[in-house]
Design a protein around this ligand. Structure first.
Ligand SMILES: Nc1ncnc2c1ncn2[C@@H]1O[C@H](COP(=O)(O)OP(=O)(O)OP(=O)(O)O)[C@@H](O)[C@H]1O
Ligand SMILES: [Mg+2]
Length: 352
C-alpha cells in the first residue's frame, strides 16, 4: 500500500491496446488504442454515444472488453477487479453517499483499504484542503452547492493517491461560470499531484482549456489524438475539423501545385504539397479571414451577430460557398444585405 508522501508517486502510464466492446449491434468501442503518459491530462472529446463512457468503464473495470488489453504502469489489469485497480473516478452525477458527511465520504476509499484512523484523518484533511473545503467536514452532501459536491467527489477520487484519475463529464451539471472555475482548479490540482488523468467531455472549449492532448472520438473510434493546437489548426479529417471550433470546410481537387479547384470553378492558392489530381479538404477558420488576401471572396452578408469582441458574419459568396467569418468588432455592426469582400492567405488554409 502506498502512503501519501510525495506527489504523484502512485501515478502511472496508461496503455489501451485494441480495445473492442459491442452491445448487440452497436460497436461502442471499435478497437481503440491510445496511451496516456505519466502525469499527462488527456481529454476524450466526442459527441453523445461515441463510446467515451464505455472506454472509461473498461479502464476502471466496470465493463469487460470483447478484445484488447489495458495496461497501467506496464502491468496488464484487464482482468483485475475494479476495487483492485487503484483508480480514482468522478462521474457526472456526483454519486456522493447522501447519508454520509463530507468527511466520511472522502474517508471511504481509505477505510476500504484498512488504513489507520490517524492516517485517514490526516489524508482527508489534506484532500479537503486541496479542493478548498477545509471546514466543511461535518456537512451532508445536500447541504452543499453543486460545485462543492463535485469538489468532494474530486477529493474522494484523489485521497488514496490513485494510479489514474478518470473524470467523466464531471462539470456537466454546473453553470458556465462555476464550470470554468472548476476546470482551472482541476488542472492546477492535476499538475500539482502529477496525476495521469483522462477527462471526458463533449464540450470542445473545455477540452481546449484543460488538456495536454485531446483524443477526438466518433462512433467508437479515435479520429485523431494530438495537442490542442494541432487538433484545432491541423485536424485530420472533416469530422475533427467540424467538431472542434467553428469552421468553413470546402472540398476540391488539386489542379496544379499549390492550387485547389473548387466545384464552383473557383481556384484557391494553398500552402500544400498535395499532388495534382488529389481530392482534398480545406479548412478555413472564421478568424483567419481579413479585408483582403491572396484568395478573395466577394458576396453579401446574410447574417451579422455582435459577440462583444468580434462580429460574426455569414457571407453568401457570389456563385460559391457560404462562409462564416469573424472580424474584430470595430464601428457598427454591418447590416444584412451589405456587400463585402474578405480574403485569406494560403498559409491560413489547412489542407487535409
Ligand atoms: N450497457 C449498455 N447496453 C447497451 N448499449 C450500451 C450500453 N452502454 C452503452 N451502450 C451504447 O454504446 C454506445 C456508446 O455509449 P457511451 O455511453 O460510451 O457513449 P458516450 O460517448 O459516453 O455518450 P454521452 O456523451 O451521451 O455520455 C451508445 O450507442 C450506447 O447506447
Ligand atoms: Mg458518457
Amino acid at each position: 500500500m502506498r502512503t501519501g508522501k510525495g506527489s504523484g508517486e502512485g501515478s502511472a502510464e496508461l496503455l489501451i491496446e485494441g480495445v473492442a466492446k459491442r452491445f448487440g449491434e452497436v460497436a461502442a468501442l471499435d478497437h481503440v488504442s491510445l496511451s496516456v503518459a505519466q502525469g499527462e491530462l488527456l481529454t476524450i472529446l466526442g459527441p453523445s454515444g461515441s463510446g467515451k463512457t464505455t472506454l472509461l468503464k473498461v479502464v476502471a473495470g466496470f465493463e469487460t472488453p470483447d478484445a484488447g488489453r489495458v495496461l497501467v504502469g506496464g502491468a496488464d489489469i484487464t482482468a483485475l477487479l475494479p476495487a483492485r485497480r487503484d483508480i480514482g473516478m468522478v462521474f457526472q452525477n456526483y454519486a456522493l453517499f447522501p447519508h454520509l458527511s463530507v468527511k466520511a465520504n472522502v474517508a471511504f476509499p481509505l477505510e476500504m483499504r484498512n488504513i489507520a484512523r490517524a492516517e485517514i484523518d490526516r489524508r482527508v484533511g489534506e484532500a479537503l484542503a486541496m479542493v478548498e473545503l477545509a471546514g466543511y467536514e461535518a456537512r451532508l452532501p445536500k447541504q452543499l452547492s453543486g460545485g462543492q459536491q463535485q469538489r468532494v467527489a474530486l477529493a474522494r477520487a484523489i485521497v488514496f493517491n490513485p494510479r489514474l484519475l478518470l473524470l467523466d463529464e464531471p462539470f456537466g451539471a454546473l453553470d458556465r461560470k462555476l464550470r470554468e472555475t472548476m476546470q482551472l482548479e482541476v488542472r492546477r490540482l492535476q499538475r500539482r499531484l502529477g496525476l495521469t488523468t483522462i477527462f471526458i467531455t463533449h464540450d470542445q472549449e473545455e477540452a481546449l482549456v484543460l488538456s495536454d492532448r485531446i483524443a477526438v472520438m466518433n462512433k467508437g473510434t479515435i479520429q485523431q489524438i494530438a495537442t490542442t493546437t494541432e487538433i484545432y489548426e491541423r485536424p485530420a479529417n472533416d469530422f475533427v475539423a467540424d467538431f472542434v471550433g467553428e469552421s468553413n470546410i470546402l472540398h476540391g481537387t488539386v489542379s496544379a501545385p499549390g492550387l485547389v479547384a473548387l466545384p464552383d470553378g473557383r481556384k484557391l492558392m494553398v500552402d500544400s504539397e498535395a499532388a495534382p489530381g488529389a481530392k482534398v479538404g480545406l479548412l478555413m477558420r472564421p478568424e483567419r479571414f481579413s479585408g483582403g488576401g491572396l484568395n478573395e471572396f466577394s458576396g453579401e452578408i446574410v447574417e451579422a451577430v455582435y459577440l462583444g469582441t468580434s462580429f460574426k458574419l455569414r457571407i453568401a459568396c457570389e456563385g460559391g460557398p457560404e462562409l462564416l467569418v469573424r472580424q474584430p468588432a470595430r464601428g457598427t455592426l454591418p447590416a444584412a444585405g451589405t456587400k463585402i469582400t474578405v480574403g485569406i492567405d494560403p498559409e491560413a488554409i489547412h489542407v487535409f
